[in-house]
Design a protein around this ligand. Structure first.
Ligand code: FUL
Length: 505
């Protein structure tokens, strides 16, 4: 019989969680003879690591795709581009960072090196960098400027370093791993704190191209040593690609997944597949962590989704796309289907050839921020009374603190919470949050309101909640509401209930 051993991270949470807690872990092994009930109960106790929790709470992060492609008009450079093309004369990294900060983004990720191999910092590993460009007479360091702007404005700082490198002559040989480790070491030691490292799964070499065996375990160990607070995303163990670049996440999004292919060493192994975007098997299914997928799991892991999407059709700036910048309303739609579907949004805003975020993008981001504020500034359920016959701590639902939570008595996995609003209220958005410090549990919920004839009418229904679930509903005006938790893996732990009114511009 195959033995599975809990790896790395078994932890016990503080006693305040005692009421519900059994042991909490970020990864747990499942033994072959486990019953479905045992598996589900284990899944309900898998929790994020501290860095995963911090990352999840950011909600909005920004991507800056910038590099030689900005000047060639390409999306994927082939590595032979002349560095002298790179000359963003008005480059202002503070403009990048303050633009996204003012729009509500809490962290940024800059493409230090994309697939073309051109490095945005002066590196000892190659001549193919800003050092060989005319920008600042070869004395510029873009990574440094972005890192400094982030530090100054207290925004998280992340790095994208493409594993696939079309310029490096050693790509395809064992020496490439040393080269890559040297690049990573420079980036992780010269620019202060790094909060996210993003390893892209893309590789367009094709069947007859170069084959590189990436030494992921070495890379992960280096990051853990040099920047232990950083999450490692996509081809990494902390954050998973949501499976699409459309901005639309999953209606049913579990952060706890079967770990058959997903303990850190397996992530590395599976990343060797030729499949673009599928480093860990099929990440595009409709429900990756539902009961069916768990029933054959050998282990369970907290592995949350990140939704990356660009504000423009391309990842890099192209003037031909200036009229195609997503509007505030489109960005709101994306917010609902990413953050509102238990994911973090990574929105790409590519700076232009002068080295600035274009006016249109700035305006649309400002309008998005306004819509967000208009919609979510006030929870319309504020001041309501909440009551459940088999629940406890109902008022935690409305206290605006996601560390406190409502839960059920005994071992109840379903409940009805009656919410009595102070006055008839018009709304069209429901917001729910689970306390993911305890785990992700809710499998099925519904919202009802009392109509004028005295009948309960269902206006919303959903499956998973996780860190946050937003549902857009038909507009209703009501005073009495019922939130029904219809199924949960263990006692549900709901930290927040909100209703809002979103008016599309
Ligand atoms: C993909 C890349 O190929 C795109 O160019 C872009 O960087 C996107 C975020 O990831 O895999």
């Amino acid at each position: 019989m195959k033995k599975h051993r809990p790896i790395l991270f078994s932890i016990l949470l503080p006693l305040s969680y005692h009421a519900l807690s059994q042991e909490k872990y970020h990864y747990v092994a499942i033994h072959e003879n486990s019953t479905q009930k045992e598996i589900i109960s284990k899944a309900a106790n898998v929790v994020p690591t501290e860095k995963q929790l911090r990352w999840q709470q950011l909600e909005l992060t920004a991507f800056f795709h910038f590099g030689i492609n900005t000047f060639t008009g390409r999306e994927w450079g082939n590595g032979t581009e002349d560095p002298s093309l790179f000359n963003p004369e008005k480059l202002d990294a503070e403009q990048w960072v303050t633009t996204v900060k003012e729009a509500g983004f809490k962290q940024v990720i800059v493409t230090a090196k994309h697939h073309d191999g051109f490095c945005l910092w002066p590196t000892k590993t190659t001549q193919h960098s800003v050092e060989s460009s005319h920008w600042k007479a070869g004395k510029g360091d873009l990574v440094k400027e972005v890192a400094a702007a982030c530090k100054k404005h207290q925004v998280g700082f992340g790095l994208y370093l493409s594993p696939w490198d079309r310029n490096a002559s050693c790509y395809g040989t064992a020496a490439y791993n040393d080269f890559f480790v040297e690049q990573l070491t420079e980036l992780l030691t010269q620019y202060g704190q790094v909060d996210e490292v993003w390893f892209d799964g893309a590789c367009g070499e094709g069947p007859n191209g170069k084959k590189q065996v990436y030494d992921f375990m070495r890379w992960y160990a280096l990051i853990r040593k040099l920047q232990p607070q950083a999450v490692i995303a996509i081809m990494g163990p902390d954050v998973r690609w949501v499976g699409t670049e459309s901005g639309k996440g999953r209606v049913t999004e579990w952060s706890v997944l079967p770990a058959n292919n997903m303990d850190p060493s397996m992530i590395a192994k599976n990343s060797q597949q030729d499949l673009i975007y599928q480093p860990m098997g099929n990440m595009t299914g409709e429900d990756l962590g539902g009961r069916n997928s768990l029933s054959t799991a050998h282990g369970l892991i907290w592995y949350p989704a990140e939704t990356d999407v660009s504000i423009r059709p391309g990842w890099f700036y192209h003037s031909a796309e200036d009229a195609k910048v997503k509007t505030a309303q489109q960005l709101m739609d994306i917010y609902f289907t990413s953050v509102g579907m238990n994911s973090v949004l990574l929105l790409n805003i590519p700076p232009n050839t002068s080295g600035l975020i274009s006016d249109t993008d700035v305006r649309h981001l400002q309008a998005f921020k306004q819509l967000m504020e208009q919609t979510f500034a006030n929870n319309l359920a504020k001041g309501a009374r909440a009551q459940s016959s088999n629940g406890k701590n109902e008022m935690a639902l409305l206290d605006n603190d996601n560390q406190t939570y409502f839960t059920t008595k005994g071992t109840d996995t379903s409940t009805t919470i009656h919410i009595s609003l102070p006055a008839p209220t018009t709304f069209n958005v429901l917001s729910l949050q689970e306390n993911i410090r305890i785990g992700q549990r809710v499998e099925h919920f519904a919202l009802e309101y009392l109509d004028q004839q005295g009948a309960w009418v269902q206006i919303a229904a959903g499956t998973t909640i996780g860190y946050k679930r937003l549902l857009q509903l038909g507009t209703v005006t009501a005073k009495e509401l019922r939130l029904r938790i219809l199924g949960s893996r263990l006692n549900p732990t709901i930290s927040s209930f909100g209703i809002y009114h979103y008016t599309t511009p």
